[in-house]
Design a protein around this ligand. Structure first.
Ligand SMILES: Cc1cc2nc3c(=O)[nH]c(=O)nc-3n(C[C@H](O)[C@H](O)[C@H](O)COP(=O)(O)OP(=O)(O)OC[C@H]3O[C@@H](n4cnc5c(N)ncnc54)[C@H](O)[C@@H]3O)c2cc1C
Length: 404
């Protein structure tokens, strides 16, 4: 099951660990080369730190290179989900932080020449229950200042009970994005090594133990998605959820919607398009479940194929893939220092919205490892010197550490 993104990306052979031994020491080791690790590593290197980025497999091997890569502040029904457990101020802070993440990523894509498409994001309902979810999502989003709108019109080939929309969101080819971030990091003097798994990090001294030797560092950032270090019961604070994605060529590409759609109802259905050598492809994803709770994953994929053919007719499947992402028990992303004397930081829990939460976490991690105030995404991506943290992000972080 190779994703469309990996199938259309040329991996680089010059990042193998066998080519050059690891250094004895460095300022910062970043572990994991998904969107969070690569963005953090690039920002830290540009801030003047000596950075070593270690990846167990290859860039984008886990969630990022196997996602649907929508960069959106309308995230299905995430905001109303957070609102049910927290007050509106936390939703506001989440939106501010994700806005910073999206703006940072947009600035980097502009700077590095990564192509992306600007599209409208939609959450739609097909049932009365879904419609109630939309009303709650609309209220939470408008409360946080997002310019939401209701619409009766969609490009979908089936009836919907209602749709909320947010214009001007983005979609991208995730491996083109990661390759651009990786190259920019290397061009700035950072070192990215693939095929090196971190197996342990010292609790009092920051020694990173890997499958090919040890590296001493002042600080370590774990951006591995799954909490790989067994500390503070962190592994028990997140739930892993798997989803599936497929790409299809349609006989008439005019039938491929332009918008980025996500259903409020279950089973979830995620839709977007992507450019390709075969023209515009239709991407259909969703049908997710908690990891380990379904032994019939082939059936999940077949259901998506059948559903797509029911609505779009004789489509031809080009690629299918799946991946998992992590959700924290309080539904908020986790950016934290792990217990112990050593400076080890971790970011996870993006609830399948890492293309905004990952870069947002990179800003918080940059502040943590440099000791500088957190810049806003826009200021950072424009190369400005660090400015004050957004008050929303500070509030959010202090609330998080207070366990709310
Ligand atoms: C099917 C699916 C679709 C999604 N679609 C979207 C979307 O449309 N929009 C959106 O915003 N989000 C989406 N997400 C979520 C998003 O993909 C993730 O939140 C995001 O990619 C997480 O990025 P990351 O860098 O934190 O982790 P990852 O991309 O998972 O990267 C972690 C890296 O760490 C490496 N690693 C792990 N352990 C070690 C170790 N011990 N040593 C060294 N390296 C290690 C892994 O090999 C991996 O490369 C989706 C998720 C899924 C599952």
């Amino acid at each position: 099951m190779t994703s469309l993104w990996h199938a259309t990306h040329q991996p680089r052979a010059d990042r193998a660990h066998s080519l050059e031994p690891l250094p004895d020491r460095t300022d910062l080791v970043v572990v994991g080369a998904g969107i969070t690790g690569l963005t953090t590593a690039l920002l830290a290197r540009r801030a003047g730190l000596e950075v070593l980025l270690l990846e167990a497999r290859s860039i984008g091997a886990a969630a990022t290179g196997n996602s649907t890569a929508k960069v959106s502040l309308l995230q299905g029904t995430v905001l109303s989900g957070i609102r049910r457990h927290h007050d509106q101020e936390v939703v506001d802070a989440y939106v501010r932080s994700n806005t910073d993440g999206r703006d940072l990523l947009t600035g980097l894509m502009e700077e590095l020449g990564v192509s992306y498409q600007r599209e409208t994001a939609y959450t739609y309902a097909t049932t009365d229950q879904g419609l109630r979810s939309l009303e709650q999502e609309y209220a939470a989003a408008v409360g946080a200042g997002l310019p939401m709108r209701w619409t009766d019109r969609t490009e979908l080939p089936y009836d919907v009970a209602g749709t909320i929309a947010l214009d001007g969101q983005l979609q991208v080819h995730p491996m083109e994005l990661l390759e651009a971030l990786a190259s920019a990091f290397e061009d700035a003097g950072g070192r990215l090594v693939e095929g090196v798994r971190v197996v342990k990090v010292g609790k009092t001294e920051t020694v990173v133990h890997t499958t090919v030797g040890d590296v001493r560092a002042d600080k370590v950032v774990m951006t591995t998605g799954a909490p790989t270090l067994d500390r503070a019961g962190h592994f028990a604070r997140v739930v892993a959820a798997r989803s599936y994605a497929l790409s299809f060529a349609l006989p008439d590409e005019a039938a491929v919607p332009h918008g980025m759609y996500l259903s409020a109802d279950q089973p979830s259905r995620s839709i977007r398009w992507t450019p390709s050598e075969q023209g515009r492809l239709l991407l259909v994803g969703g049908n997710g479940h908690d990891v380990g709770r379904d032994g019939h994953t082939d059936r999940r994929v077949q259901q998506l194929v059948d559903w797509t053919r029911e609505h779009w007719g004789e489509v031809s499947l080009t690629h299918q893939w799946s991946a998992q992402d992590y959700t924290a028990e309080n539904l908020l992303p986790i950016v934290q220092k792990l217990p112990g004397g050593a400076e080890v930081w971790q970011a996870s829990g993006f609830q399948k919205w890492g293309f905004t939460n990952g870069p947002a976490s990179a800003l918080a991690l940059l502040a943590a490892v440099t000791g500088e105030p957190e810049p806003s995404g826009a200021a950072r991506s424009a190369g400005a010197s660090p400015e004050c943290a957004t008050s929303a992000t500070r509030r959010w972080r202090s609330r998080r550490s207070a366990g709310t």
